[in-house]
Design a protein around this ligand. Structure first.
Ligand code: ATP
Ligand code: MG
Length: 250
């Protein structure tokens, strides 16, 4: 039996002000894959992730999620439950306690107001504390989030992801703002959690080293197109040199 495809993208085009940001004829991602998106600045990584997350619209083309066109999901809760998004800036609310940010992962089930008012019941509290334990922050549960360091805040975002428990994690440069040791640490946690939960993970990264170390498949983008799409171990130094070379692409 063929493995299940989570994403099937075809004939996708996204332009900004008439300039092509991303164009791809076909891309399939299977359930449980761990994919790194790499490529020079401006190559289209964020654009691709945003299209997959349905936060921007393509000019043309189709995105199927579990075989169903994205347009049929709309912007509602269904898609929120399926996909978790993690960005460089984490999207946390600094003034709130850590636990409230973690429980915002339940927004889809909860409704906005309950999350904002943060009226959690003990049961919710247990779920959040468990998630914070898994990312090593069990002693910071009630602290104001803005008091945490960048790396710790990134862990809060991971805990929120755990609570949300999506089938797919889309991560846009999840470790870009962290020092190398912390970046690797967070990436390790992210990959470990995704593996344990059998989640599909797609992450854009500037570090080729981490892409090769933690991801099974590497998709590189250059000038808005897929440049190569290979199992990590097949990516050669020459592929990488060409990818990042400053030569004009024809
Ligand atoms: N909101 C926007 N308005 C206009 N142009 C945009 C917008 N977002 C992206 N672009 C353009 O689309 C192209 C792809 O951008 P994108 O952000 O996807 O690149 P990236 O690979 O994520 O780069 P980086 O590694 O710097 O994050 C770039 O040329 C960029 O200038
Ligand atoms: Mg980007």
């Amino acid at each position: 039996m063929p493995e299940k495809e989570v994403f099937k993208l075809s004939n996708l085009l996204k332009s900004y002000e008439g300039k092509r940001a991303l164009s791809l004829s076909s891309l399939k991602i299977k359930k449980g894959e761990r994919v790194a998106l790499i490529g020079p600045s401006g190559a289209g990584k964020t654009t691709l992730l945003n299209l997959m997350a349905n936060t921007i619209k393509a000019d043309r083309g189709e995105i199927l999620i579990d075989g169903i066109p994205m347009t049929e999901y709309g912007f509602g809760k269904q898609l929120h439950k399926k996909m978790g998004i993690i960005r460089q800036q984490f999207d946390l609310v600094g003034q709130l306690a850590v636990i409230h940010n973690v429980l915002a992962g339940r927004l889809g089930e909860w409704g906005f107001f309950k999350s904002l008012l943060s009226l959690f019941i003990p049961q919710d509290e247990k779920v959040a504390v468990k998630a914070l334990k898994r990312v090593g922050l069990e002693d910071r549960v009630y602290e104001r989030t803005s008091k945490l360091s960048g790396g710790e805040q990134q862990r809060v975002a991971l805990a929120r992801l755990l609570v949300q428990h999506p089938e797919v994690i889309l991560a846009d440069e999840p470790v870009a703002s962290l020092d190398p040791a912390r970046a690797e640490d967070i990436l390790q946690v992210l990959v470990k959690l995704a593996r344990e939960e059998e989640q599909t993970l797609i992450a854009s990264l500037h570090s080729v080293e981490y892409a090769k170390k933690y991801f099974s498949r590497i998709i590189s983008l250059r000038a808005g197109e897929i440049y190569f799409d290979l199992p990590s171990e097949k990516v050669s130094p020459e592929d990488l040199n060409n990818l990042y070379s400053l030569k004009e692409m024809k």
